[in-house]
Design a protein around this ligand. Structure first.
Ligand SMILES: Nc1ncnc2c1ncn2[C@@H]1O[C@H](COP(=O)(O)OP(=O)(O)OP(=O)(O)O)[C@@H](O)[C@H]1O
Length: 598
């Protein structure tokens, strides 16, 4: 399980680990009204373009001296004629084809270069310098000027011009793909794929491409609009063939004839404007779909949720600080069926107590914790339930409300401390940013508090650690740093997700001692997510045992340890190594050696 990464991801792109595949993006796009409307309009343009030789009564090049500047609504010329007596409708429909061919050529070349070299540059560190250099060089070219200067080479053929424009667009795609590839290459599952002997090509096509394609699809929509605009702009300036109709050349002709018949200007400008707006809005809709919105409960009192943090109509347990009731979290499978990974979990945490959420890997502990924090992946669905904080419903609250809660009332200490510190920034600057965001303090005050917190969590040379980069400190120190960040806002609930798993035994004990001290000092409640009964025995007053998404047993820790009721709890307890029992049989290696010596 990895911690939520949304905050570490560039705004325009989804987290690499959460990026859905193309199929999922397409399916989710169908749920966005904006994507459906703008996508349908773009599709309508395509159909009209395909019927360019069928719909009009005249060809686009046919000029009739007896039909100059006919107004719209004229017989056989529904949109009228231009100053050369040519059918505006025919020219408009052919302009659509010119626009789409321009977009197709420009975007295809940009994708071919950007995706290919983005994958190569992102994945292979050794060639990255070369790809960076090449694409930075391309970015220095003065785009439009270059396209005009290359007129003698392109001979005015807009298709060649757009091919060159595709090269000029490619750095944008390259950067998206390169960034995503670098991020994915650092994921543990990619390391695992390498170790298991998968070829680089297989890793790139299977693991990396599936992550980068979402953002690339979104960028493609924007690039298509941009290619159409540039082609139209060049045609307006007179760069390119006068014979092939395009929105730009029609706008240019209409502009020159504005006082005779303004409609000759209005039609192509309108057609280009609408098409352009559709590409931009379609791209925005895809991006929203990709970034997603926080999962909403399936069945909730919508009005209460709309108010964000309104009082709930449940009858809350008045002694409870946090109350999770019948929480269900599910994911849609490839067959379209939603399967619950958290199934009706109920949990109560009172002020100042530590509750262990225990169970083997995959039992739904972290999903429950993420549900409380409101940081579930966008594809997650809340299928049922309620989460009350101080008796108020927070499930389905707005992102603004949840952000405030996460920064202040509820804090989170993630698993794997090292992966949760950005290697590019010093420990201090990351702590300071977090403190500014959660407390609203100024930089100097935040720095002072960060140093005090580092000191408080038992880091001996706080100043040195403050100025260190994450790779310069140990795992135990990194965990202390994350705890320092989490307690900065003096939270009332601290959710610690396997806070000791990645640490060696002595450091584990120190971290548990630290959590215990901080709890009594701040009087906060702790939810300790763990698979380790030893940790639960050490620090938790109560525990809840999870299996396959359900709580199968809950109670006071010493009671459950003394008299476990559920077979699964008994099995987990039995699997704890009994330190008083020493195996009498020698390890197999020793046995083998002994046999050999004999
Ligand atoms: N994005 C997702 N899509 C589909 N299923 C998911 C997703 N994230 C988690 N799950 C599933 O939810 C289940 C519970 O996962 P969760 O991370 O809560 O387990 P856990 O008990 O915390 O285990 P661990 O300690 O290994 O993280 C798992 O079966 C997991 O495969």
């Amino acid at each position: 399980m990895s911690a939520p990464q949304a905050s570490e991801t560039p705004k325009e792109l989804a987290s690499p680990t959460s990026a859905p595949g193309r199929k999922s993006l397409f399916r989710r796009a169908l749920r966005s009204k904006q994507a459906i409307i703008t996508g349908s309009i773009i599709l309508l343009y395509v159909v009209l373009g395909l019927l360019a030789n069928v719909i009009p009564d005249h060809t686009f090049w046919e000029a009739r001296l007896d039909s100059l500047n006919l107004p719209f609504g004229s017989e056989t010329y529904p949109l009228g004629t231009d100053q050369f007596g040519r059918d505006i409708l025919a020219r408009l429909l052919h302009s659509i084809n010119t626009a789409f061919v321009s977009a197709l050529i420009g975007v295809s070349i940009a994708l071919l270069l950007g995706v290919t070299f983005g994958l190569i540059g992102g994945y292979f560190d050794r060639v990255r310098t070369v790809t960076e250099w090449a694409f930075t060089l391309i970015m220095t070219f003065p785009g439009i000027l270059l396209l005009i200067l290359l007129m003698p080479v392109t001979k005015g053929d807009y298709r060649f011009t757009m091919a060159i424009f595709g090269v000029l667009l490619s750095p944008g795609i390259y950067r998206i793909v390169r960034n995503q590839t670098i991020a994915v290459s650092r994921e543990l599952y990619v390391d695992a794929a390498r170790v298991s002997g998968l070829t680089n090509f297989r890793i790139l096509s299977r693991h990396v491409l599936s992550v980068v394609r979402g953002p690339v699809v979104v960028a493609t929509a924007f690039l298509a609009g941009s290619a159409i605009n540039v082609q139209s702009g060049l045609a307006f300036l007179g760069v390119g063939s006068k014979v092939i109709p395009s929105f730009g050349s029609m706008i240019g002709d209409g502009f020159r004839n504005l006082y005779v018949d303004p409609w000759q200007y209005v039609w192509p400008a309108l057609a280009l404007g609408v098409l352009n707006a559709c590409f931009v809005l379609f791209g925005n809709a895809l991006r929203d779909v990709l970034q997603g919105k926080p999962p909403k409960p399936a069945k909730q009192d919508v009005q209460a949720l709309a108010a964000g943090f309104e009082a709930s109509d449940h009858e809350p347990d008045t002694s409870a600080l946090l109350e999770v009731r019948d929480l269900g979290i599910g994911y849609e499978g490839t067959d379209g069926v939603v399967r619950e990974v958290v199934r009706g979990v109920s949990l109560t945490i009172r002020d100042g107590e530590t509750v262990g959420l225990v169970g083997e890997s995959g039992s739904g502990k972290t999903q429950t914790a993420f549900g409380i924090l409101g940081v579930l992946p966008t594809e997650a669905q809340i299928t049922r339930g309620s989460i009350l904080l101080d008796g108020k419903e927070i499930l389905g609250a707005s992102e603004g409300v949840l952000k405030k809660l996460r920064g202040g009332t509820i804090a989170y200490v993630p698993q794997e401390p090292m992966s949760n510190l950005d290697p590019v920034y010093t420990v201090g600057s990351q702590l300071v940013e977090g403190i500014i965001a959660s407390t609203g303090k100024g930089r100097a005050g935040a720095r002072e508090q960060a140093l005090a917190l580092l000191d408080r969590v038992g880091i001996p040379d706080a100043k040195r650690v403050f100025d260190s980069y994450p790779h310069q400190i140990s795992g135990g120190m990194a965990q202390r740093v994350l705890i320092a960040g989490a307690i900065a806002s003096r939270p009332r609930v601290l959710i610690a997700d396997e806070p000791t798993t990645a640490l060696d035994v002595t450091v584990q004990a120190e971290i548990l001692d630290l959590l215990r001290d901080l709890q009594s000092e701040f009087g906060m409640s702790i939810i300790l997510v763990t698979h380790n009964f030893g940790v639960v025995a050490d620090i938790c007053e109560r525990l809840a045992v999870m299996q396959k998404g359900e709580i199968v047993e809950a109670g006071i820790t010493k009671d459950v340890f003394a008299n476990p009721q559920h077979p699964y709890t008994r099995m987990l307890l039995d699997s704890i190594l009994d330190e008083t029992t020493v195996r009498s049989d020698p390890p197999s290696g020793a046995l083998a050696t002994a046999t050999k010596e004999a």
